[in-house]
Design a protein around this ligand. Structure first.
Ligand code: PLP
Length: 406
């Protein structure tokens, strides 16, 4: 299939705007992605034509809205190849998915002295919930270290297991280093020890085909807004046999079967974990976004972004004083860097004046910054609509900033 970049860019109206009189170069896709017309129009259309609360009404609109919402669940199921829609829980995003998991799994399966294994390159959202559980329950957090290229040390990983290890929770792709972790290998080893695994897919789902059955992940989480969908909605995938065993996370409407003051029974999967009115408009937007990327093809997106990232790495390395953090063999389309002793904040601010949106700071991964011995980086993260010409604009922008600091 021909990758029609001009057509793709035309689907994202925001890409043709200017900032400070310069054409926008949007390289902050790791934080959030822009939205195609198709997603925005589907959201508008539902508000204009089909809006009603789901699962509640006998009336026409409510049934239509419910059908749309449940069709979106099926779209998600198909996209990640889950076995059943019972395994697709809608949440507010990756962060809520992880909090739900930690809270429910911790309550049911973890006692004082039990252990979770995470990696040194986790986002705060896969660290702090475990720390909250540690404060409540006295569990211990063990950390997989990495080498200087940003690759996890697999021997060390295997050594971290003990009879108190209850769960492994790791990111698929680092939001700072771009490292694609060998999750299938991590999962296989954990399973050989009888331990389930949660994969944080926030940075993998937009960039590569993901098949949860092929990965054999017990849980996989992601946010819609990082894959060209709306903010405020996300997914917790869990194997049905696991979700069945977990207690509800929040109480309220939707998640119950029957309520009395004496005894309440809970709804079946996946509704047991979906208290309150769901973001049914958001799930429509998410489904449209998944349809959108599927129409281009995740394999095609992965190949396109790979070539773009290789080009960017090559060009950036030509800049004197360039230091790139993350040189893993397997890497995604995130590039973190510093140039000489120019502060990341100065670089980001000056690039912004040239119309280039990059991220600066610790990227919600302060333990990783400590491991790298730095305070923060500049991060350029690419999406399916970015181009080599935009990379050239970034490179000449960095050159300009560098010369100002000479
Ligand atoms: N995990 C990773 C690896 C991320 O990059 C992010 C967001 O940057 C998150 C989790 C949190 O995602 P959200 O803020 O959408 O909940």
């Amino acid at each position: 299939m021909l990758y029609d970049i001009q057509q793709i860019r035309a689907d994202f109206p925001i890409l043709s705007r200017t900032v400070y009189g310069k054409s926008l170069v949007y390289f902050d896709n790791g934080a959030t992605t822009q939205k195609p017309r198709q997603v925005v129009e589907a959201i508008t259309d539902e508000y204009y034509n089909t809006n009603a609360n789901v699962h509640r009404g006998v009336h026409f609109l409510s049934q239509q809205a419910t059908e749309l919402h449940e069709a979106s669940r099926e779209t998600v199921r198909k996209f990640i190849n889950a076995r059943s829609t019972n395994e697709i829980v809608f949440t507010r995003g990756t962060t809520e998915s992880i909090n739900l998991f930690v809270s429910s799994f911790g309550e049911e399966f973890m006692q004082e002295g039990d252990e979770v294994i995470v990696s040194v390159m986790e986002h705060h959202s896969n660290i702090v919930p475990w720390q909250l559980l540690a404060a409540k329950r006295g569990i211990a957090i063990k950390v997989i270290p990495m080498n200087n290229r940003g690759e996890l040390l697999m021997d060390e990983y295997r050594r971290l297991f003990s009879e108190r290890t209850k769960v492994v929770s790791v990111t698929h792709v680092s939001n700072v280093l771009g490292t694609v972790n060998p999750v299938r290998e991590l999962i296989d080893y954990a399973h050989s020890q009888g331990v389930p695994v949660l994969i944080d897919g926030a940075q993998s789902i937009p960039h590569m085909p993901v098949d949860v059955q092929q990965l054999d992940a017990d849980f996989y989480v992601f946010s819609a807004h990082k894959i060209y969908g709306p903010t405020g909605v996300g997914v917790l995938y869990g194997k049905e046999e696991w979700l069945d065993k977990l207690p509800p996370y929040q109480g309220g409407g939707e998640m119950i079967q029957h309520v009395s003051f004496e005894k309440t029974t809970f709804n079946e999967l996946p509704f047991k974990f979906e208290a309150g009115t769901p973001d049914y408009i958001g799930t429509t937007g998410l489904a449209k976004a998944l349809d959108y990327v599927s129409s281009i093809g995740m394999e095609n997106i992965a190949a396109y972004e790979h070539e773009l990232t290789q080009y960017a790495l090559r060009r950036l390395k030509e800049i004197p004083g360039m230091c790139i953090f993350g040189e893993a063999q397997e890497r995604g389309s995130v590039i973190s860097f510093l140039v000489g002793d120019i502060h990341h904040f100065d670089m980001g601010t000056l690039l912004d004046r040239l119309g280039i949106a990059v991220r600066t700071g610790h990227h919600c991964a302060q333990p990783l910054m400590i491991r790298l011995g730095i305070e923060g980086t500049v991060r350029a993260s690419f999406g399916l609509y970015n181009t080599k010409e935009e990379v050239d604009v970034l490179v000449s922008g960095i050159e300009r900033v560098r010369k100002m600091f000479l």
